[in-house]
Design a protein around this ligand. Sequence first.
Ligand code: GRF
Length: 188
Amino acid sequence: MKTIAVFASGSGSNFEALAAACADGRIDARIGLMVCDRPGAYVNERAARYGVPTFTFRPKDYASKADYEREIVRRLREAGVELICLAGYMRIVSDVLLEAYPERIINIHPSLLPAFKGAHAIADAFAYGVKVFGVTIHYVNGELDGGRILAQRAFPYEGDDVGELEAMVHAVEHPLYVETVARLVAGR
Ligand code: GRF
């Protein structure tokens, strides 16, 4: 069975979708480590509930990004992690992690890339007035929301309630992330 890591900074609903799928066998893997850069984030409570080991740190406690990423890599190796799933991790990953896990870091982004890169994709797409929204899962490289696309799913929305839209995006994200990670760990 493979060991994966999930990185998150906030609520962690995608973390929970992956943790639930690992627990009930839809994903043939275990989450060996949840990495979080915000001690107060709700994802920490979710990880505790699933009994997933965590490394939660404060970036400002380190002299540089390279320093805390070296610590993350050390802990990932210790946990035997083979695949990293970013799930709302609000930091750009640098060469330290990319070189330690080449082609083995993936991310979920709440738009149909390459449209609406960045941290406010749902609000940006809504403000632009697009009528088809969606979610992308892609490999992570040095470019913000760049990297080869693994999966995408689109849906129409013509309403005027950004909260409703956000809920729809999450409802698409969770099964798509589970299916994609299941496929990757199965080597498909
Ligand atoms: C998701 O919309 C994901 O696509 C984006 O950040 C959000 C994280 O949500 N990268 P959650 O913390 O998994 O609930």
